[in-house]
Design a protein around this ligand. Structure first.
Ligand code: CA
Ligand code: CA
Ligand code: CA
Length: 203
């Protein structure tokens, strides 16, 4: 009976330590989000995987601003005249990553929009004209330290760049600048072995 209780307690402790309780950040190596299970809403801030700060974003889709091609997506400039930042709730482990996302112009008019994406060594401004269609962006990113991915929209006229289908996939646990010399050294050794073989065959 006591033994059984101990096993139960141990299993419970293990279960709690393995799964971070809600609100507690975890460290990830992958994330894939199409926003399709989020709730249609202006100034939305109940994302499964993201926090909104420094302003607002809208969650739009069919039946509620159908601007995302039959699916739900994020209008990065919400409805408070202050465009928000969308940041992953969890951070990502050190390493190199394949990052991809789809963005489109605001699909409503007005001036071109700008959004800065920061993640590891990536700090890039994306500018889209109002009626630019959705296009895939792909980047290889290095994290020398734990980091969060942030999409930060400029300005605040309530119509912004549309964001959908964010995926992050770890390529290597070693950041690329560190891995590259190792790769180079490997190539040099292979080259030397090949040269030795060639010389041997000549002799
Ligand atoms: Ca979507
Ligand atoms: Ca909006
Ligand atoms: Ca705008």
């Amino acid at each position: 009976m006591f033994k059984k209780l101990l096993v139960t307690v141990a299993a419970t402790v293990l279960a709690f330590s393995a799964v971070p309780s809600s609100g507690q950040a975890a460290t990830l190596t992958a994330l894939s989000d199409n926003f399709n299970t989020e709730t249609l809403s202006l100034n939305y801030n109940s994302f499964a995987n993201w926090n909104v700060s420094n302003g607002t974003v809208d969650l739009i889709g069919p039946g509620f601003f159908a601007l995302c091609g039959g699916t739900r997506c994020v209008d990065m400039d919400g409805s408070t005249a202050n465009a928000g930042d969308l940041t992953t709730k969890d951070n990502f482990a050190i390493g190199s990553y394949a990052l991809s996302f789809r963005i489109a112009g605001n699909q409503r008019g007005g001036a071109a929009d700008g959004m800065v994406v920061t993640f590891g060594d990536l700090n890039e401004l994306f500018v889209r004209n109002p009626f630019d269609p959705f296009g895939l962006v792909q980047r290889t990113v290095n994290l020398a330290a734990l980091d969060f991915l942030t999409f930060s929209h400029n300005g605040g006229d309530n119509i912004g760049i549309l964001l959908d289908d964010v995926t992050i996939r770890q390529l290597s646990v070693i950041p690329l600048p560190a891995a590259l010399p190792l790769y180079g050294a490997g190539l040099a050794v292979m080259g030397f072995i090949g040269w030795r073989r060639k010389m041997k065959n000549k002799n």
